[in-house]
Structures are given as C-alpha cells and as structure tokens.
Design a protein around this ligand. Structure first.
Ligand code: AMP
Length: 398
C-alpha cells in the first residue's frame, strides 16, 4: 500500500510517498511559491538525482497536478501510474473539539473543517484548499484528515478551560486546543518502545523544540496538558512567537504604538520570541553563533527559551505526579547539544541527569541520560509524515 502524505501551507506544499509495507519513503518533495512568481517543485528520491521543476503554479491545484506528474515521471518518478496511490493523508492543523482522531474525509468532515477556519484562520484554509485540489485530481482515491489538535483532545477540563467567563467556551469555543499533536504522539510512542515499556504505564514529557515549540505531558499514553493553547501562540518563547505574556500588554501596545489589535497580535506572532529578544534572527543557529561571539541579547534569548522549557518540565512533572521519561524532538531538540544541556541543568532534583558524552548526538534516536538518571532522556527525530501515513493506512484498511 502506497500512501501520499500532503502538508499544505499558504504558499507551499510538502509531500511524501510512503510504501507502508516497508515504511520506506519512496520520495519526498517541496513545492514553494505557489501563486507567486518563481514557483518551484523540488523532489528528492533516494538513489536518484534531485528533480526540479520551475514552472508557474497559479494555485494549489496546479501544484498538486505537478506533484502527481513528478511522481509518475518516467525518469525521476517512483510509480508508474496514479492508481498505485492507495490513499492520501492530509495534515490538518485544527480539528476543533470534534476530532480526537484522524478521519476519512467526506462531505460532513469538509463542512466541519470549514467550521474550524475561524479557530485557525491562517492554517486551515490552505489545508482545505489542498484537500479540495486532491479530490478534484484523484476523485476515486480515499483521503484522510490527520489533525494537529486531535492528540490533545484527551486533556481534562482543568487543563483546557481558561479562567474566563465560562460562556466564552460554550458559545465561541475558546479553550486550549494544543498543537503539534501528531509529533507528540509519535515521539512518546517511540520513547515507550525504546524503553521496552507499555506507554499506558509511563509519565512522559515531550519537548517539540523547533521554530514553533511546545511541551506536552503524556500520561499513560494520552496528552493531559500542553503548552500551546487556543492558538499556537501560547506557551514557550519560540522563533518569532512570544508565548505566554500578560494579556494586558496587548491593549497597552495598541494604545502606545497606535496600532490595531490585529497588528499587535502580528507583533506577538512574527516579531517576538527569540527573534524579538535577540534582534539577531529567529534561527537558533544564528543566535547561538551571536551568543558565542559575545552578543548579550542573543544569550538572553537562549536563556529565556531554555528557562521556559525547564519550567514546563517541572510543571508537567507536578501535573503527572512524576516523570519517567523526557523526550527532545524537532529542529532544536534533535540537533542542539547546547540547548539540551542547558535545559536539563538543575533538573537533577527530579531525577533528570544528562550524560554529556551521550548528548553529543544529532538527528538520530539516542538515549542521552546518565546511568544514574532516574528519568530516561531521549532524542527522537519526529516523523509527522509517517504518523499521518500510519493513521491513513489504519483508516482505509478498515
Ligand atoms: P523546525 O521548525 O523543527 O524545522 O526547527 C527549526 C529550528 O531548528 C531552526 O531555528 C534551526 O536553527 C534549529 N536547528 C536546526 N539544526 C540545529 C543545530 N544543529 N543547532 C541548533 N539549532 C538547530
């Protein structure tokens, strides 16, 4: 069974074709600048030259048309015909409260996705456009939606209700939803596997640290709390996002800078985080270099980032009544030896002890805790596409 995984952004699209018998990624690609000048498709296939198509793509349908052509291309493709694609798994950011699991897409699901647009106005529209384009081009192929929010639907009320008038939850759906769920689910299950333990008996803190970052408390295999909230703005300081702050700052900015609330929010989403603090970059590697070169604000940005991660590890140990396992994943979590070292500093009171030598690892699954550490610490590369493909396979096999 071959499954195509599609992750549609507003002007970009990532895809992978996966053979589910072997869990082998047959090919993966990226389409950029959809609907703007300079559209480009890049497909990378193991054992083959990189395939690049530079051609105008006015919309997502045109982009997906080219993806399908690339997949069956005589020289650079990996399948003979589109009929070999058994199903398409779509990443969808927001499933609201309706979806605690991945689903087969039908008219009712499409209507629900439209309902969720108000909750994720930046993310759900491109996801929906991608699904519609695939349906038009592959009308007979089953499609699934795999939601970033679904894994967190198990959170108890005390974790997801904000201390606002309760009617705002019932009338407008204002609550914590949480994001990166596919990643937290994947790495927590891999960690249990690595420990040789049943995930239903484990307390795991998963740290997805990338440009967007979140920490999740996974108790007995389910998410019981996570740092992102109503939107992906809550929680940690991120590449460009502020994370938690006093909401009164928004109205203060509106008055002082004479800007609208939306403009203030744009500052919190795009100009804040480690970029805003350091003034250097949103990229952790650039900030690290600046910090090592003596830039104090760059150092402060990294310190603030690590401090918050550390704080949430402690908070979630308290939420779960202990912690058995700590997992680092995503760009920073998988690659930054220094950030992992810094985050784990001072956590020995929880039984978290990093082994500096084992921590010298990048981008592959590794146990990095010391032999004395009560808590196992792992680096586990996330693989949201594989998780989407697995869910899709399960759904269409039923
Ligand atoms: P992601 O959003 O998961 O793709 O992660 C992107 C972030 O990971 C960027 O800020 C990168 O700077 C960071 N990153 C990737 N490799 C490294 C590395 N070797 N050291 C530090 N940060 C890294």
């Amino acid at each position: 069974m071959k499954i195509l995984v599609i992750n549609c952004g507003s002007s970009s699209l990532k895809y992978q074709l996966i053979n589910m018998e072997t869990e082998e990624v047959l090919t993966k690609g990226l389409v950029e600048r959809i609907g703007i000048d300079g559209s480009i498709l890049t497909q990378k296939t193991p054992g083959k030259d990189k395939y690049v198509v530079e051609q105008a793509m006015e919309d997502h349908k045109a982009a997906i048309g080219l993806v399908l052509k690339a997949l069956i291309d005589e020289n650079f493709g990996v399948i003979k015909s589109m009929d070999e694609i058994s199903a398409v798994g779509h990443r969808v950011v927001h499933g609201g409260e309706k979806y605690a699991q991945s689903v087969l897409i039908d008219d009712e699901v499409m209507a629900s996705l439209e309902d969720c647009v108000k909750l994720a106005p930046l993310h759900n529209p491109p996801n929906i456009i991608g699904i519609k384009a695939c349906m038009e081009l592959m009308p007979a192929t089953p499609m699934t939606a795999v939601f970033d929010t679904a894994f967190h639907q198990t959170m108890p009320e005390e974790a997801y209700i904000y201390a606002l008038p309760y009617e705002y939850y019932t009338e407008y759906g204002i609550r914590k939803y949480g994001f990166h769920g596919t990643s937290h689910k994947y790495v927590s299950s891999k960690a249990a596997e690595a420990m040789g333990r049943d995930i239903r008996d484990l307390k795991i803190v998963t740290c997805h640290l990338g440009n967007g970052s979140s920490v999740t408390a996974v108790k007995d295999g389910i998410s019981i709390d996570t740092t992102m909230g109503f939107t992906p703005l809550e929680g940690l300081a991120m590449g460009t996002r502020s994370g938690n702050l006093d909401p009164a700052i928004v109205s203060f900015l509106v008055k002082e800078l004479k800007i609208t609330a939306d403009e203030a929010l744009n500052i919190l989403n795009k100009k804040s985080g480690v970029l805003g603090i350091s003034g250097v970059s949103s990229d952790f590697r650039d900030i690290q270099i600046a910090s090592e070169g003596g830039n104090k604000r760059a150092k402060l940005a990294l310190d603030i980032f690590c401090y918050r991660v550390r704080k949430y590890i402690g908070a979630y140990a308290a939420s779960m009544g202990g912690v058995d396992c700590l997992v680092f994943t995503a760009g920073v979590g998988e690659n930054s030896i220094e950030m992992r070292e810094e985050i784990c500093k001072g956590l020995s009171f929880l039984g978290i002890e990093l082994d500096s030598e084992r921590n010298h690892t990048r981008g592959e699954i590794a146990e990095i805790s010391s032999d004395n550490s009560k808590v196992k610490i792992y680096v586990i590369p996330t693989d949201e596409e594989m998780m989407i493909a697995k869910d899709t396979k399960d759904i269409v096999s039923k």
